[in-house]
Design a protein around this ligand. Structure first.
Ligand code: ZN
Ligand code: ZN
Length: 126
């Protein structure tokens, strides 16, 4: 590797990271647009409605039903760790627990319930 001006190198690296991020955001654009709307019209989330932990650094608005609306009653304020748990339900739509053994990922990174997959396969075979 060639010696470079470290400042120049840092700028180049961060520019390429930003480029990647933009590409990655493609299909999430509407999600971010919604969050920008919230940030503009509501105050910053400042507590967690789940764990009531203080000092989490930042808090986020989360939609209670994983949908989209501009109704504040539909939103919770969550700390990032509760938000992650909230966005990743622990039960599949049929009520099977997503344990590591019971969780499959499809090619898009979405979780699938192994029990449901097997039940569906069995139903198809019968
Ligand atoms: Zn929390
Ligand atoms: Zn299931």
């Amino acid at each position: 590797m060639r010696e470079e001006n470290p400042e120049l190198h840092r700028q180049r690296v961060s520019a390429s990271l930003i480029g990647n991020k933009r590409r990655w955001l493609g299909d999430k654009a509407s999600y971010y647009a919604k969050h920008m709307w919230i940030l503009k019209h509501w105050e910053r989330a400042d507590h967690c409605d789940f764990c009531h932990k203080e000092g989490a650094g930042r808090y986020e608005w989360a939609h209670k039903y994983h949908g989209e609306s501009r109704n504040r009653d539909d939103y919770l304020q969550l700390c990032p760790s509760c938000h992650r748990k909230f966005d990743a339900p622990i039960y599949c739509p049929h009520g099977h627990l997503y344990t590591p053994e019971n969780t499959l990922l499809n090619c898009r990174g979405h979780r699938l319930c192994r029990t449901c997959q097997e039940e569906r396969r069995n139903a198809a075979n019968n």
